[in-house]
Design a protein around this ligand. Structure first.
Ligand code: AP5
Length: 216
């Protein structure tokens, strides 16, 4: 199964992609997490993209397409994957189509997370993530089961993202509207776009996604 999760910053893509990974045994390919791993490691790529990411702008298509091309060629992607944060521009979507066509493969569904903007701001400003595995939590809506301990990996170290500051949030929303929203029409025309009510609570969003997947 090959899925794309599409939606504005804070709409719940990462939260749900992790659940899909666990339930269906397909890897979550989260380009934001991959890029953040590069910045943390201090690699040349990480140094190149850090200031762009912190400002809330998009990193170049060339870098992202190369990253995803390498990733989906790996063994664990043989039976599918859930893309979280890619594609984000029409050229990225076209490149993905070409990669899949080369392997006689295709997308099964694109899930669009629909959430009102004021809710997104609240979600991003209250978010913290596990430093070890990247699991995403929220001060009010999604606290770890045991305070200070990651549910997924048991780590006790958490971070706040530099791009969850007000200026960067504004830039990310603008980038989403300008560069990513055109993808909704791109996939709608192909008949594979499915809307998900991202305003529901986390478990209900998961249930809606599972119902859509059952119908694929
Ligand atoms: P990325 O990391 O992909 O960030 P994003 O798309 O802005 O998405 P977020 O991770 O902020 O939100 P999310 O939808 O995953 O929500 P989450 O589940 O965490 O990208 C970061 C940067 O990397 C980009 O700005 C760009 O610079 C670069 N980049 C990445 N991919 C790129 C690409 N393809 N091309 C170019 N550049 C790229 O949830 C948010 C919060 O809400 C959490 O606290 C969570 O606990 C809570 N929450 C989740 N669901 C619910 C719910 N239903 N109800 C209440 N709270 C909820």
């Amino acid at each position: 199964m090959k899925l794309i999760l599409l939606g504005p910053p804070g709409s719940g893509k990462g939260t749900q992609a992790k659940r899909i990974e666990q339930t269906y045994g397909i890897p979550q390919l989260a380009t934001g997490d991959m890029l953040r791993a590069e910045t943390t490691s201090g690699s040349a790529l990480g140094r190149r993209v850090k200031s762009i990411m912190d400002s809330g702008e998009l990193v170049s298509d060339e870098i992202l397409v190369a990253m995803i091309r390498d990733r989906i060629a790996q063994r664990d992607c043989r039976d599918g994957f859930v893309l979280d944060g890619f594609p984000r521009t029409v050229p990225q979507a076209e490149a993905l189509d070409r990669m899949l066509a080369e392997n006689n493969s295709r997308l099964d569904a694109v899930l669009e997370f629909v959430v009102d903007e004021p809710d997104l701001i609240g979600r991003l400003s209250g978010r913290f993530t596990c430093r070890n595995c990247g699991a995403s939590y929220h001060e009010l809506y999604n606290r770890p089961k045991v305070d200070g301990v990651c549910d997924m990996c048991g780590s006790r170290e958490f971070d706040r993202r530099p791009d969850d500051q007000p200026d960067a949030i504004r830039t990310r929303f603008a980038a989403y509207r300008r560069q990513t929203e055109p993808l909704l029409n791109y996939y709608k025309k192909r008949g594979i776009l499915q809307k998900i009510n991202g305003m529901a609570d986390i478990d209900n969003v998961t249930r809606e996604i599972e119902a859509v997947i059952a119908g694929i």
